[in-house]
Every structure is written in structure tokens, then in C-alpha cells.
Design a binder for this molecule. Structure first.
Ligand SMILES: C[S@@+](CC[C@H](N)C(=O)[O-])C[C@H]1O[C@@H](n2cnc3c(N)ncnc32)[C@H](O)[C@@H]1O
Length: 312
């Protein structure tokens, strides 16, 4: 690139370059990267196609394009993404929220709406987001339910720091509690000394790691080489986290409370089985927009046997 290059010429060159490097949407990525370097949105970029670029602008573009050509995810380079039509900051080391996960949020909100909030001893209590990552699910739910308290749990300090920033960014910080804990110990305490839950959760929602060891090798370079494996891999068959969540669900949920999880493309039947074995009822699943089962849920019995045990 030389400094006689215009925005349009650089855009065309970058699009071709990214295409050669195997990038899926080269034109869109080129527009967003060049726009970011020049501090312009896509419309602003169209409006200055004929503008010649200075050497410092070309250097800034080159730096971003080189990162993308090495298959670093676009969102890490831009430092932001959108989820549930809300802005989220993203940083390397924390999973980028995916559009598919909005289906999990939709199901969580449907359940919360069904439960209602009866003043005569009906549903109260909070929601627990296990493996909150960027805070996408917890923030989206809190944003949609202005009265609700949400506990956002993760084992990763980097994730919790980012999730707190995203809660602030979206105006829900005061209704979220952030908890560093291993999902194997949902009956334990968070860093702040408070219990993760009081055994009366109305909803546990989770998009846990669910990639099997064999599948890890087949992931796209953007995911395999740049996103945290802690957020992706879940043992030999990818079901380890579901086993943990199902084993603890009845102890944490109030009677009639729900466990709702995102699942991998081939995992719905196995996760349903785990839920059934753990005593959850009214199992359901929901497909994504390509017809793949993406969310599985189950409900604690109206008389929660785990609770009866404690009362004896
Ligand atoms: C697939 S990511 C989901 C992130 C976010 N909820 C979303 O949907 O974009 C899974 C998250 O679980 C967290 N995690 C992995 N193992 C964990 C464990 N044993 N206990 C708690 N969190 C864990 C990871 O740090 C990661 O943030």
C-alpha cells in the first residue's frame, strides 16, 4: 500500500487479501476493519471512497488487516460485538457471544414469564447464569426483566471482569452479582463469601463448554487458535458440564424452578437423558433457525425431593 491509495482502492485490495486468506465475509470484514482504523461507520466509509489516505492511516489499517489475516476473530480486533441488540465489549481470553445463544435467552425469558411473580408465595428468587463469560446471557435477561436479580458465575477472573463491565455498559450492574466459583460447586461460596445460591433459584441458565476432545481439532482457526479452550472443551464426549449441572440442579432450584441449557448440534438427546436421570421433569427442547436442537430444559418437581430430604 502507498499513500496515493484511496479508501476505495484499499477496501478492494483488503477484500481480495482477506479472501485469499480464507476469511468467510472478506468485504464486510474489510469495511469494518478500515472503518475502525479511520473511526468511521460503514456509511461514513462509503461517503469518503475517493479520499486519499495518509501513511499513518495506512499503517493503522495494515495492523488490523494483518491480525484478521492471521484468523484472529473480527470481534476481538474491534473490541466489541452485539448480542440481544445490546453492545458488548469483548477481549481475547473470553468467549465471543454467538447469535445462536439468543435462543437460550428467549427460552429463559419465556419460562420466567410463565412463572410470573405471585405475591402470595408464588415464584420469587433469582436466576443463576453458569459460565457467564462476557455476561451476555445474564445481562440480556436482566435487561429484559427490570425487577430480576441475576447471579453471574464463572471460574475465569477475566470473564467476570469483562461481564461486570458489560453489565455497567448496559445499565444493569446493580441487579447482577458476580461470583467466581467452579460449576462443580454450586453449593459453595463466591469470592465475596456469599453462597452461590440459597437453594431456591427459579432458573439456572447456562451455555457451558460442550465441545468434545475430538471436535476441538476440527474447529475453525478463529475459534481453535484464539478463543479460550476453558470456554469450549468439556471432556471426552463434551457432556462433562451437563453432568455437573444436572447432578446439582435439584439441590439449587426451588420446586417448579428450571434448568435450561444450550447444547451442541448432536447433544440434545444425551442432555435430556441426563436431566431425566437427575429427576427433572417436563423436558423440552428448542431448535435453532437451521432446525438443529439448540436448547434443552427441565423443571424441578413441584415437591422438590432434594428439599424434602433437607427438611427431614
Ligand atoms: C461457552 S462459554 C459461555 C459464555 C457466555 N455465557 C456466552 O454464552 O457467550 C462457557 C463459560 O464457562 C466458563 N467455565 C468453564 N469451566 C467452568 C467451570 N468449571 N466453572 C465455572 N465456569 C466455567 C468459561 O470460563 C466460559 O466463560
Amino acid at each position: 500500500m502507498t499513500d496515493s491509495w484511496t479508501v476505495l482502492k484499499v477496501l478492494r485490495w483488503t477484500t481480495e487479501y482477506l479472501k485469499e486468506k480464507g476469511i468467510e465475509n472478506p468485504r464486510l470484514d474489510a469495511e469494518l476493519l478500515i472503518g475502525s482504523a479511520l473511526d468511521k461507520d460503514r456509511v461514513g466509509l462509503y461517503l469518503c471512497y475517493d479520499q486519499p489516505l495518509h501513511s499513518d492511516e495506512l499503517a493503522a489499517i495494515r495492523q488490523l488487516v494483518t491480525r484478521r489475516a492471521s484468523r484472529e476473530p473480527l470481534q476481538y480486533i474491534l473490541g466489541q460485538t452485539e448480542f440481544w441488540s445490546l453492545p458488548f465489549k469483548v477481549v481475547p481470553g473470553v468467549l465471543i457471544p454467538r447469535g445462536d445463544t439468543e435462543i437460550l435467552v428467549e427460552e429463559a425469558l419465556r419460562i420466567l414469564q410463565q412463572q410470573g411473580d405471585a405475591p402470595d408465595g408464588g415464584v420469587t428468587g433469582s436466576v443463576l447464569d453458569v459460565g457467564t463469560g462476557s455476561g451476555a446471557i445474564a445481562v440480556a435477561i436482566a435487561h429484559s426483566c427490570p425487577e430480576l436479580a441475576v447471579v453471574a458465575l464463572d471460574i475465569s477472573p477475566a470473564a467476570l471482569e469483562l461481564a461486570q463491565g458489560n453489565a455497567e455498559l448496559n445499565g444493569v450492574r446493580e441487579r447482577l452479582r458476580f461470583c467466581r466459583q467452579d460449576m462443580a460447586h454450586l453449593d459453595g461460596c463466591c469470592d465475596d463469601g456469599h453462597a452461590v445460591n440459597d437453594g431456591r433459584l427459579r432458573l439456572i441458565v447456562s451455555n457451558p463448554p460442550y465441545i468434545s476432545r475430538a471436535e476441538m481439532a476440527e474447529l475453525m482457526p478463529e475459534v481453535k487458535d484464539h478463543e479460550p479452550h476453558l470456554a469450549l472443551e468439556a471432556g471426552e464426549d463434551g457432556l462433562d458440564c451437563y453432568r455437573l449441572l444436572c447432578a446439582q440442579a435439584l439441590r439449587c432450584l426451588q420446586p417448579g424452578g428450571w434448568l435450561v441449557v444450550e447444547v451442541g448440534a448432536t447433544q440434545a438427546a444425551s442432555v435430556r437423558q441426563l436431566m431425566e436421570q437427575s429427576g427433572l421433569e417436563q423436558l423440552f427442547q428448542r431448535d435453532d433457525y437451521s432446525g438443529i436442537a439448540r436448547v434443552v430444559g427441565g423443571c424441578a418437581p413441584a415437591t422438590n425431593s432434594a428439599e424434602v430430604e433437607v427438611e427431614k
